[in-house]
Ligand binder design. Structure first.
Ligand SMILES: NC(=O)c1ccc[n+]([C@@H]2O[C@H](COP(=O)([O-])OP(=O)(O)OC[C@H]3O[C@@H](n4cnc5c(N)ncnc54)[C@H](O)[C@@H]3O)[C@@H](O)[C@H]2O)c1
Length: 311
C-alpha cells in the first residue's frame, strides 16, 4: 500500500483490535488520535508506541471534548463498542447505548469535523444462523442478540448519515478475531485466549455445547489490513464487507490444534450452549477480495503460532 501520512482517529484504539491498528498506522508515520473510555481497553495496550499519538479519554455515547478530536481528521476508524454477546444479553441497554447512540455521536462528530470517511467495525453476528454457508454480504441479516442488533443498527446509521450529507462509510463485518492483547481474564473473553489460559494453567478448557459449532477464526493482522484497505480504496464507499480468513474450524478442532502446541493441558469440559451464540459461522470473502484488494495473509495455525510466541 502507498504511504499515506494521514491523520486518523481510532475510536476504541486502546482495545484489542484498535491497538494493533494504531501501532500499524504509527509505524507508517501517520498521526493517530485515540478516543476511548478505557472500559475494556487499557492504556498499556498503547505502551511503547512512538510517533504522533494522542489519547482522548471519553465516552462516545456522551457529549464531550472527545468530539473535537475528529475535527480535521481524514478518516475515523470506529471500533469503540461494548463488544461482548453475553454481556449484551445481561445488560442490553448498555450495549445499545455504546454501540448505537455512540455510533450516532461519532458519525455526527465526523460530519461536523468534515471527515472524509468512517470505517465501521461491524460483526459477523449480524447474520445470525444463516441458511447458506459460507455467508455472503447480500444474505439476509438476522441478529440473535442485543449485541448483534446494535452492530447492525450502527451499519444502518452509517448509511443514513452518508445519505444525508455525512461522511463516506464502509462497514466491515469481522469474524472471530484473535491475536495478542485479547483479554483472557475477562468473563466474556473470546474462545482462543480462554482456551490458551486454561491449557497453560493445566485446567480443562470449557466448551459451550458439543464443540461441533464452527467459526472462521481471523488473525488480527488480517483485520488491520482490511481496515486500512477499506479506508483507502475509493470504490469501497457505501459497502459492507466480510472480513475473515475464509476457513471453517470447529471448536473441537481448535482445541486439537492448541493441544498439539500446549501439550500439558487436560481434556475439555463441556457445558450447555450459550444463549445468543450461533451454531456455524463462515465467510465468503470474495467481495472484500475484489473491491478492497483484501487478502488474508495469516492462516489459523500461523496466527496461533504468532499468538503463542507473543507470550
Ligand atoms: N474481536 C472480535 O472478534 C470482533 C468480531 C466482530 C466485531 N468486532 C468489533 O470490533 C471492534 C473492536 O473490538 P475488540 O475485540 O477490539 O474489543 P475491545 O473491547 O478490546 O475494544 C473496544 C474498545 O472500545 C472501548 N469502548 C467501549 N465502549 C466505549 C465508549 N462508550 N466510549 C469510548 N470507548 C469505548 C473500550 O474501552 C475498548 O478499548 C468492536 O466494535 C467490536 O464490536 C470484534
Amino acid at each position: 500500500m502507498a504511504p499515506s501520512m494521514g491523520v486518523w482517529v481510532v475510536t476504541g484504539g486502546a482495545g484489542f483490535i484498535g491497538s494493533h491498528l494504531v501501532a500499524w498506522l504509527l509505524g507508517r508515520g501517520d498521526e493517530v488520535r485515540v478516543v476511548d473510555n478505557l472500559s475494556t481497553g487499557k492504556r498499556e495496550n498503547l505502551k511503547g508506541l512512538t510517533g504522533q499519538l494522542s489519547f482522548e479519554q471519553g465516552d462516545i455515547a456522551s457529549e464531550g471534548a472527545w468530539e473535537k478530536a475528529l475535527a480535521g481528521a481524514e478518516g475515523v476508524f470506529h471500533l469503540a463498542a461494548v463488544s461482548s454477546v453475553p454481556r449484551s444479553v445481561e445488560r442490553p441497554a448498555e450495549s445499545v447505548r455504546a454501540n448505537v447512540l455512540g455510533t450516532a455521536r461519532v458519525l455526527a462528530a465526523a460530519r461536523a469535523g468534515k471527515v472524509r470517511r468512517v470505517v465501521y467495525a461491524s460483526s459477523s453476528s449480524v447474520y445470525g444462523d444463516t441458511r447458506r454457508l459460507p455467508v455472503r454480504e447480500d444474505d439476509p441479516t438476522n441478529p440473535l442478540s442485543p449485541y448483534a442488533a446494535s452492530k447492525l443498527g450502527g451499519e444502518f446509521l452509517c448509511r443514513a448519515f452518508r445519505a444525508t450529507g455525512g461522511p463516506e462509510a464502509v462497514c466491515l463485518r469481522f469474524f472471530n478475531v484473535f491475536g495478542p492483547r485479547q483479554d483472557p481474564t475477562s468473563a466474556y473473553a473470546a474462545v482462543i485466549p480462554r482456551f490458551i489460559a486454561a491449557l497453560r494453567a493445566g485446567k480443562p478448557p470449557e466448551v459451550y455445547g458439543d464443540g461441533e459449532q464452527t467459526r472462521d477464526f481471523t488473525y488480527v493482522e488480517n483485520v488491520v489490513d482490511a481496515l486500512v484497505c477499506a479506508m483507502e480504496t475509493r470504490a469501497a464507499d457505501g459497502g459492507a464487507f466480510n472480513v475473515a480468513a475464509g476457513g471453517r474450524t470447529s471448536i473441537n478442532r481448535l482445541l486439537a490444534i492448541l493441544g498439539e502446541r500446549l501439550p500439558g493441558g487436560k481434556g475439555a469440559r463441556y457445558s450447555p450452549a450459550r444463549i445468543g451464540d450461533v451454531k456455524h459461522s463462515s465467510a465468503d470473502i470474495s467481495r472484500a477480495r475484489e473491491a478492497l484488494g483484501y487478502e488474508p495473509r495469516v492462516d489459523l495455525a500461523s496466527g496461533i503460532d504468532r499468538l503463542l510466541a507473543a507470550g
